[in-house]
Ligand binder design. Structure first.
Ligand code: NAD
Length: 308
């Protein structure tokens, strides 16, 4: 599969690296900065003899190289700086993503699209409107990353294997995301039987602040190792038709009482894209939080004045 990654910054380049190292396809790494994608792609390819992968990555500033891509990852745009929320990026990144969407429309309009640029849920809406991608073939990345952070914090708090912890975070990828402790488990055992309510509340709060915690450390730019891992997991589920159950920002048409917008929900991702939105039996309080988070996304979309 030909996979185009747009934006050769920290997230885009690390994603390209993870994709080729897992032999997930032929990767085109595109950016507007001359030399940047070419240099990073060559550097990556020089690791192929050591690491032993056969996939190739081409770095380019020529949009024509996007032609024929079956999957496009959009990771172009500004990352937040200390003190900024993801929402503060809305207007600046909407302009960048709109111009990228025009390129995707022109050169790869058949492609499945994964949007990463923040604020991701609103910008996924923008790309869907501009490219015209069928709604089951476009989704945003946010929930897998938020869930991985929650899982990591639970594993660290309990001193258990990271792989034994499962958890899900739904809603918009922002300060009002919805971690679901009731559905978090350690090898099948609910964390509610293993941790105190106070411990769980602290882990939830740290998860909500997870992106900002890293921005505060880095002082310039935001996270990219875990985001790239999350993107690669989405790509792999599609390319290898794994049908993983993953939280992604997807188009809602009535599920969880939400209609006509993109928000993070559990979905089955396979070769044809979003194969199913899974409806969890949420409590009234969880549902209220999810709908509140989705209303916040809707307000951002309204600011962008997108015709759905
Ligand atoms: P970065 O600054 O390192 O890279 C951004 C790249 O985009 C730059 O190389 C820049 O030249 C390129 N770019 C700008 N305009 C472009 C255009 N019109 N066409 C092609 N390329 C263009 O930033 P980063 O750390 O890689 O983050 C990228 C985006 O991903 C940010 O918006 C960030 O907030 C977002 N992000 C989202 C998640 C998530 O969970 N959804 C996680 C991490 C980062």
């Amino acid at each position: 599969m030909k996979i185009a990654v747009i934006g050769a910054g920290f997230v885009g380049a690390t994603t390209a690296q993870r994709l080729v190292e897992r032999n997930l396809g032929e990767v085109v790494l595109y950016d507007i900065v001359e030399g940047l994608p070419q240099g990073k792609a060559l550097d990556m390819m020089e690791s192929a003899p050591i690491w032993g992968f056969e996939s190739r990555v081409l770095g380019t500033n020529d949009p024509k190289d996007l032609s024929g891509a079956e999957m496009v990852v959009i990771a172009s745009g500004m990352a937040r700086q200390p003190g900024m929320s993801r929402d503060d990026l809305l207007e600046r990144n909407a302009g960048i993503v709109a111009s990228v969407a025009d390129l995707v429309h022109e050169h790869a309009h058949q492609a499945m699209v994964i949007v990463v640029t923040n604020p991701v849920d609103a910008l996924t809406h923008l790309v869907a409107a501009k490219v015209g991608t069928p709604k089951d073939r476009i989704f945003g990345m946010g929930g897998i990353l938020d869930s991985a952070r929650f899982r990591h914090f639970i594993a660290t708090e309990m001193g258990v294997a990271q792989a034994d912890v499962d958890a899900m975070v739904l809603g918009g990828h922002g300060d009002d995301m919805v971690p679901l402790p009731r559905f978090a488990t350690v090898n099948g055992v609910s964390i509610e039987t293993l941790l105190s309510a106070d411990q769980i509340q602290k882990l939830v709060a740290r998860t909500r602040d997870g992106g900002a915690e890293i921005v505060r450390y880095l002082k310039k730019g935001s996270a990219y190792y875990a985001p790239a891992a999350a993107i690669a997991q989405m790509v792999e589920s599609v390319v290898r038709d794994q049908k993983r159950l993953l939280p992604c920002s997807v188009w809602c048409s009535g599920q969880y009482g939400i209609t006509g917008q993109f928000v993070g929900l559990p979905v089955i991702l396979g070769r044809s894209g979003v194969e199913k939105i899974v409806e969890l039996p949420l409590s009234a309080a969880e549902l209220k939080e999810l709908q509140g988070s989705s209303a916040h996304v809707a307000a951002k979309v309204a600011k962008l004045q997108i015709a759905a």
